[in-house]
Each structure stands twice: as C-alpha cells, then as structure tokens.
Design a protein around this ligand. Structure first.
Ligand code: PLP
Length: 384
C-alpha cells in the first residue's frame, strides 16, 4: 500500500494524554490535567436546546451560523471591543478550535511562519503543522511577568512571518496581557504587516480586579481576528460551539472553508449558545467566584510549602515550578500518578519553556483539588 499521510504522522502530539489516558481508566484518581469545567451545562441552556429541536432547528444552517446567533454574539462582545459589531463580522464555528483553524486558513499561505506563545495550548502547534505553517515560538518571559518583550518578538520576525497568535488570559500560565503589551504587539503587527489571531476563550475569568482587554479593541485596520467560545464560560465543551469576530472579508473566507469539512456548526448547539449568552448570567458569576476561591486556596498551599508558582490573573490553571524535585516534568507527572493517582499536565507539552513546570487545572472539585496540590508539594519537597 502507498504510505499514509506524512504530514499527520509527523504532527506533534498533544502532550497531555500521557497522564490523561491512564487517568480515565482509574475512577479514584484526581484529574488535574484536563482543561474542562467541573460543571454540567446549566439547565436553562439545555432547556433551550430541547426547545430548539422541538421547534424544528434540525436542518443545515447558513455556513456562517444563524443570523440571530451571530447578532447575539455581536451584541455580547460590543462592549469589550469598544464599538458596535456588525453581523458581517461574526462567524459561528464548531468550537474555538475550528475558529482558530479557519482563521489560519484565511490569512496564511503554506510555508508562512506563525509566531505563537511559549508556553501555549498544544493544539496551536498541531494546527500549524497540519496546515504546512511553521511554528515560531516567542517567549512568555517569566522575568517580564509572563509577558513577551518587544525585542523577543521582533527578533523572530522574517519576511515569511504572516501571523502572530496571542492568548490572554493564557493557557497554561493564567497571565493576562496588560494594555501596554497589547499596544506594543499591535504596533509590531502594523509595522511588519502581520495578522493577529487572538484567542480570548478565557476572557470572562480574571481575578483581583484585573480585566482581560481584547486585542480587537486596539485593532487599527481589521488585522485582528478575535476568537471565543462556550466551552469554558458556560461549561459546554462537548457542545462544540465557538465564534470569531473579524473583518467581513476574512469572515467570508472562514465560512468558505467550512464547506470543505463539517459544513455548518450544529444547529442545536448554536441555539443553546444563543440562550446561554442572552439568558441570566448567574452561573458565570458563581463559577468565577468558585474558581477564585480555589485559586486562592491552592496558591496558599503552594506558598506554605515553598513551592514556586505563578500567580494567575486569569483562566483556571496553576503553572507550578517543580524543578526542586530534581525530576523532569514528564517524570514528575508519571511518579505523581503512580504514587498518588494525581494527573497533571507536564510543562513541555506547552513549549520548551515548560521544562521544570507542570500545569494544574483548578476546574476540579475543591476538596480533591487541594488533596492533589498537597501531594504535588510533598513530591517537590521530598528530595530537597
Ligand atoms: C486557549 C484555548 N483555546 C481554545 C480551546 C478550545 O476551545 P473549544 O472547546 O471552544 O474548541 C482551549 C481548550 O482547552 C484552550 O485552552
């Protein structure tokens, strides 16, 4: 037989499943590796989905999504973007994942170089690889509050660079880009004529009065593509619903590529998301408050044990420095699971700067989470 796709066979792995694969088979294990809310989707959203089915929302939808859903997304994000958003700027997608993929398809050409954060969500690298784009990581500099520096980015730009991916609040660090950093990056994008793909899926979840500013707010000329979704905010990861806000020409191209795979986003999920964003927001308020409580409690456990950890200003992760254990991050994750049945994501899955780090998801029931974090601290300190 002819060989199978080399592109896919050489695609980088997700990096987290090592523990995840084992974890799903053991019921008593503490799952701190998965970036998934520990809630079920609120009832008012499920009810809306059931109603949509009864009302006949079961057919193909327009490629860009139902107009009512796009309008709701436009209204929901206008304050953040700082102006009215037009329907023509919105596309509904099968999760933020598809929005990212389609955005890359729309603005980059095979062989282009794409700047992306290090550390970052591993799927970016996989998408770039599968699209024949070259991943060029820029450092989220710990010495600079986990922000990139102008020199750090500028030194990586070549004539082949066409896109910069940004993610604030960040997975895995929880860093939230301040206004000066956003302006600096937009400035670079204009100077070197780059598109900016801004993954803002955690924008609802910030702490200590910090606000997650949208890159789209500072978009001077339609070069920013803002991406968001329902998975984290409304505990809807399985519904596969996301969106992008971009200039109409980009939106049209993102829609065109949908015809080649998947067609439209699921009709029922679209109506459920419309209900989510137009309905009462108590669930979001309450879950944010609960994540804050879990963040504070787990940070305190790490600090008491003298285990270095970045204090996240957003998202639901702790980026813990385990280097004092003397183990590599991969080995640490393995030993932690073997001894204590605690699953964590090893830092190198997120980029080269992740060696010596692990990512812990605090989107886990509090008592088990605290137990898991105590085991982590104990393992770090065991060989000091
Ligand atoms: C930064 C980031 N972007 C996108 C996604 C995926 O979002 P969706 O479920 O909407 O595809 C994740 C999921 O972990 C994520 O962490």
């Amino acid at each position: 037989m002819k060989p199978l796709s080399k592109t896919l066979q050489t695609m980088p792995g997700y990096g987290i499943p090592l523990v995840l694969d084992k974890a799903v088979n053991v019921s008593e294990c503490i799952r701190l590796e998965a970036g998934e809310p520990n809630y079920v989707t609120p009832k008012y959203i499920c009810d809306a989905a059931a109603r949509a089915m009864e009302e006949g929302y079961t057919k193909y939808t327009p490629l860009l999504g139902y107009a009512s859903v796009r309008e709701a997304i436009a209204r929901d994000n206008s304050e953040k973007v700082g102006r009215r958003i037009d329907l023509s700027e919105v596309i509904v997608t099968t999760g933020a994942t598809m929005a990212l993929h389609n955005a890359l398809r729309a603005v980059a050409e095979e062989g282009d170089e794409v700047l992306l954060p290090d550390p970052c969500w591993p799927a970016y690298k996989m998408q770039l690889h599968s699209l024949g784009l070259k991943a060029v990581p820029y450092l989220m500099d710990e010495k600079n509050g986990m922000m990139p520096t102008r020199e750090g980015i500028e030194s990586l730009i070549t004539p082949k660079t066409s896109v910069i991916i940004v993610n604030s609040p960040s997975n895995p660090t929880g860093a939230v880009f301040d206004e000066a950093t956003i302006r600096m990056m937009i400035d670079l994008a204009v100077q070197y004529d780059l598109y900016v793909i801004s993954d803002e899926i955690y924008d609802f979840l910030t702490y200590d009065g910090v606000k997650a500013l949208s890159f789209k707010r500072f978009d001077p000329d339609g070069r920013v593509i803002m991406i968001g979704g329902a998975s984290k905010k409304y505990a809807m990861p399985g519904w596969r619903i996301g969106f992008a806000i971009a200039q109409p020409e980009i939106v049209q191209l993102m829609g065109r590529v949908m015809t080649t795979y998947g067609m439209n986003t699921c009709c029922i999920a679209q109506k459920a998301y419309e209900a989510a964003i137009t309905g009462p927001q108590d669930f979001v308020r309450e879950s944010v408050e609960s994540y804050r409580d879990r963040r504070d409690t787990t940070l305190a456990i790490c600090r008491e044990a003298n285990v270095p950890v970045f204090s996240p200003q957003g998202a639901f992760y702790l980026w813990i420095d385990i280097s004092a254990s003397g183990m590599s991050a991969d080995r640490f994750a393995e030993v932690l699971f073997e001894r204590h049945l605690v699953g964590v994501a090893p830092g190198p899955a997120f980029g080269a700067s992740g060696e010596g780090k692990i990512r812990v998801s605090i989107a886990t029931e509090k008592e088990a989470l605290c137990r898991g974090v105590r085991w982590i601290c104990e393992l770090v300190n065991e060989n000091r």
